[in-house]
Design a protein. Structure first.
Length: 443
């Protein structure tokens, strides 16, 4: 009888632990209001892209107060904050949930997916599924909805994205991650041969073995391919990437051309990006993006507020300044990002090609802005870039989470915008599922 009782208790415990992997902790109402208000206020005073959102931030804040107060746990609270943030539509503004909300820390899918021009394909599967779901199968529907309809309802409202392609890529990356290990998504797929198959998708809390194992992440990689120097730079966050580049210079000098691959580069320091470009030009000054940031002056805001509703152009210049500050639309105009080319080493005069993708972001986009100013020095090939850069302001939120707000608006030196659009390469090539599968076979 004791053994039976122990088994029953163990089974009940296993059921509970196997279902919910989120912490049921809850914040106080005071903490909930403080967190919402903190994010609202930092955005209200510092956010650089209200012109792209066109929302009334104050009334939106007011509408979210009862929503956050109604949440039953910290997980749901942060889900509400993510929806609040997503309305800003900016890739450098975001909410970060407390890391300990997920019990055990990790969730794993049994299938990996890729977005190919708003069509979702299978790019990898766990070992046990390789015969049932071939690589290259397309997702047709999820829980009876088209992929786009499902994303609009279940994914897009939680994602702050500057571009449409970023929105779709992020939604695809987050697909089928839940909070309950017993959750099932009904998925309809079409194989490369046209066969329709149904699959019950779920996620796991342990790592799975895949048909194609991903190579370990590297800061950079270098190889010579048919006398062409290929240098992959996956981050500008660490200035060690400059040392990586200097170490391969002797091999580059002997090559017939250079390819720099930024397709997986999510950014970092624009200074590190510029440092590498200095080796490819005799130009003495490298010019990066032009930038500006909002300027708040309390007394001027008060003077502007006393004017009521007026026509801006009818006011004297000094009064226009006060009124703009009152409206939150007065800017400090920064200079261009300028980098002195002090490199004394032999310059690289070889033909240069730079590869880009939707994941080429932030400082990697700054690299491309600087490159454009080098008088046709290179050809760029690939997809439009991520379409978001800037200087985020980071701060903490209740419960161990955090947030960031983009404070700086960047443009080309001549004022053209690329945030919200992405930088278009010289030769635009959309990703193709067959190309991706070919790479998998080759590796």
């Amino acid at each position: 009888m004791k053994k039976l009782l122990i088994l029953i208790i163990f089974f009940q415990f296993f059921q509970v632990s196997a279902q919910s992997i989120i912490s049921k902790s809850n914040l106080t109402d005071q903490e909930k209001i403080y967190g919402l208000s903190k994010f609202w206020s930092e955005v209200a005073y510092n956010f650089a892209y209200f012109d792209k959102t066109k929302i009334n931030w104050d009334s939106t804040y007011n509408a979210f107060i009862p929503r956050v107060l109604a949440t039953k746990n910290t997980w749901d609270y942060y889900q509400e904050l993510e929806q609040f943030c997503a309305l800003l539509k900016d890739g450098h503004t975001g909410i970060f949930s407390p890391p300990d909300l997920i019990i055990g820390g990790s969730r794993y899918r049994e299938i990996e997916y890729g977005n190919f021009n708003k069509r979702i394909f299978v790019t990898n599967v766990r070992e046990g599924l390789k015969d049932k779901i071939p690589l290259g199968s397309e997702v047709l529907s999820i829980d009876g909805k088209t992929v786009e309809a499902y994303f609009k309802e279940k994914a897009f409202p939680y994602i702050s994205a500057s571009t449409e392609h970023q929105l779709w890529n992020d939604a695809t990356r987050q697909l089928f991650y839940g909070t309950d290990t017993t959750q099932i998504w009904k998925v309809e797929l079409k194989t490369p041969k046209g066969k329709l198959i149904n699959h019950d998708a779920r996620f796991f809390i342990q790592r799975l073995k895949f048909v194609t194992e991903k190579p370990a992440w590297k800061r950079s990689d270098f190889k010579i391919i048919d006398d062409i120097a290929y240098f992959q730079i996956n981050t500008f966050d660490n200035n060690a990437v400059i040392d990586d580049f200097k170490a391969i210079l002797p091999e580059i000098y002997k090559a017939k051309g250079v390819v720099i691959d930024l397709r997986k580069n999510g950014g970092g320091s624009s200074g590190n990006a510029a440092e590498i470009l200095k080796y490819f030009t005799e130009q003495k000054v490298l010019i990066g993006s032009k930038w500006k940031t909002r300027n708040h002056l309390a007394s001027h805001k008060a003077w502007g507020a006393s004017m009521g509703n007026v026509v801006l152009d009818s006011l004297p210049k000094s009064a226009q300044k006060n009124y703009k500050i009152f409206k939150g639309d007065y800017w400090y105009e920064g200079d261009y990002m300028i980098f002195q080319n002090d490199v004394k080493d032999k310059k690289i005069t070889l033909p240069l090609v730079v590869l880009t993708s939707n994941n080429t972001a932030s400082a990697a986009e700054d690299f491309l802005i600087i490159l454009e100013g080098l008088k046709n020095r290179a050809i760029t090939i690939g997809q439009k870039t991520y379409g978001s850069t800037g200087q985020p302001l980071h701060f903490s939120l209740p419960g161990g989470g955090g947030a960031r707000v983009c404070t700086k608006k960047d443009t080309y030196p001549d004022g053209r915008e690329f945030v919200g659009y992405g930088i278009k390469p010289t030769i635009e090539v959309e990703r193709n599922i067959n190309d991706v599968l070919l790479l998998i076979i080759v590796h």
